[in-house]
Design a protein around this ligand. Sequence first.
Ligand code: PFF
Length: 449
Amino acid sequence: MSDLKVGREQWGSRLGFILAAMGSAVGLGNIWRFAYVTGESGGAAFLLIYILCILAIGVPILMAEFTIGRRAQSDVVGSFETLAPGKPWVLAGILGVASAFIILSFYSVVAGWSLHYFVQYFTGGPSLGTEGGYGGYFGEFITSPLQPLIWQFIFMAFTVGIVYVGVKKGIEKSNKILMPLLAVLVIVLAGYSMTLGGTREALNFLFSPDWSSLRDPEVYLAALGQAFFSLSLGMGALITYGSYLSKDHKLPGAAVSVASLDTVFAIIAGLMIFPAVFAFGIAPDDGPGLVFVTLPEIFDNMTGGVLFGLAFFFLLSAAALSSGVSLLEVAVAYFMRKFQWSRQKAAIFIGFIIFILGIPSSLGMGILSDVVIFGRDIFDTMDFIASNVFLPIGGLIIALFVGWGWNKAEVLDASDFGNTPIGNIWIFILRFFAPVAIFLIFLSAIGVI
Ligand code: PFF
């Protein structure tokens, strides 16, 4: 099978591909979601399991996605149909497209919040809410019916715009400058945050585990879900990106770089948020608003804080955009092939549907807050179903497919590992360790074990 489909779009360079994959991985998940899920799940014990999930399950499945995409040269559904025609593995592809719709629908809500904060910093930063504090401001903003929807729409318009122009032109370039800038800013802010007086408590919270929380099965599911979400894993975003690759790229190096950067990013973001959380007496389990309440407090305290706020929310929005683009691209690539649509038509049509789908998540914070499903509001429900259920199931099927459903010699060749010890360990993990671990985490979450 040829590795390069004639006429298929391609990345401009090896760096272009890695940057795009990193751009997909690094986003709101590393800062907003990582901070609040870590806060809600009790800190260090969660962090430990999260890192184990990345190393032992995430990286091998990430490699599996790259391998599938590059070999099949197709979208997430088409890849399974190409490599295993008529077999049920394609279910992972269908779940992947569904996850893309669901995740982008609520992701765009939070990205809209970030854009709103960015614009607020043009005029000196968010004001203090009438109930007092930045928590009050945040609460008033997200519960208002119209404002968040406007920002969500603007974010979706940008996302559609980039996917409309195409993978190479639209995605590669923006990541080259903005992502390193965000990294530098997060490091600087972490340094500042640690001068605020909450560092000892924060380091304890993040790195000294309360072992008793390891008895809580929800912590494992939360860590697994966060690992998948943060690495953009389990729904074929990286299959899709891998499909724009030709053979002269080495996959294992790319997989390790993406996973390491993503994880280091999250940990440094934790070091930025939690010292301030404790210094300002904010509750770590404050929920999805955690960074939107904590960061303005930091900026308020800094000389030149308004400029930092402006830069931070700009770069966070840009990081969200490169992740949003990869989410939309999963669905667009599928619809383009399946229905022979042009890229432009697919981007606009699907982008619009996803915007509509996201409206209830946004309103669920305000006028629809009475709608509660198993104790979760609409937003949380969407996030839970996609991140903690669909992504791990997608990852499970991907692992089983590469481990069992595809000829081993061919897999090793397609992955660039060849028949090496490390290649064989990788296959072993995909065959046994990762599926069993995911399965056990599910069983314990539903209370069977
Ligand atoms: N990894 C992204 C983040 O951490 O913000 C979110 C994401 C992007 C999840 C793409 C899934 C995906 F396919």
